[in-house]
Design a protein around this ligand. Sequence first.
Ligand SMILES: Nc1nc2c(ncn2[C@@H]2O[C@H](COP(=O)(O)OP(=O)(O)OP(=O)(O)O)[C@@H](O)[C@H]2O)c(=O)[nH]1
Ligand SMILES: [Mg+2]
Length: 301
Amino acid sequence: MSFWKKLKGGLSKTSQSLTQGIVAVFTHKKLDEATLDAFEDLLIQADMGVKIAAELRELLKKQRMHQEISELEIKAWLAVEIAKVLQPVAVPLVITSNKPHVILMIGVNGAGKTTTIAKLSHQWLSEGKSVLWAAGDTFRSAAVEQLQVWGGRLNIDVCATKPNGDAAGLAFDAFKKAKDGGIDVLCIDTAGRLQNKKHLMEELEKIIRVLKKADSNAPHTVLLVLDATTGQNAVEQVKTFQEIIGIDGLVVTKLDGTARGGVVVALSKQFNIPIVALGVGESLGDLRPFKAEDFAAALVG
Ligand SMILES: Nc1nc2c(ncn2[C@@H]2O[C@H](COP(=O)(O)OP(=O)(O)OP(=O)(O)O)[C@@H](O)[C@H]2O)c(=O)[nH]1
Ligand SMILES: [Mg+2]
């Protein structure tokens, strides 16, 4: 299945409820306040956030008040306006010429960090780049194994330490190994952590501090991985991780089969953080750059 089809299929739960709502709300009478209110509610229900919902309501009012507007027109209008919101953050991930370019993957438990590392690395390998991984999730032995299984498949070396070992020390050693080996990309996996767990956030800060001793610009990219199915909670996660750690990019996973795909619009509006990739499945090929127009079209249906 093509990526576009997967994205469109994945977002179909979101787009279906949006479309049904639009059909019910825009009933070929002239645009009035009640219709605008119902339209705003629809956008909020689709997880786009209250801010963008209010703005789109006002914009539609300004442009079309007391005019007739069909269901098809409103969908086309919405796709264009949503794409405008997404455009500024649809920025691809750039691997610099630093050897290694260090990427730190962070996020809450089960967001898709480890899988995303495998998917991104698959792309880098196909571009001829060399890749090394550090298994910074030292809490779960299964986490190291999971990375090693992907590493075996992709022929990528995995640096690991003993169970409950020091993740920061591991990151430092992995950096040295990558530097000595002339590796292009070092990807550091980390343990899933809820943003309110202080000691776990401190561990992340320590990893960053230690990496900076090896290279003052490292990590070159901190990627926060978000599970789209968590809806507005993803917004809270960005806030906290941004405050404590600082984030260079977002990856939104599990957009296959969620009714909460609108959260991508909320994230784009609220934070000026690049969304570098979208996950639409569990296989290596199920990750693509974020394209504003494609996403907006798939969301609106
Ligand atoms: N459907 C779907 N599943 C995904 C996607 N990305 C990851 N998953 C699945 O989500 C589950 C968790 O993914 P992991 O990559 O292990 O997540 P993690 O953030 O490393 O998890 P922890 O290490 O436990 O914090 C796995 O079963 C993945 O196959 C996606 O885009 N779509
Ligand atoms: Mg993991």
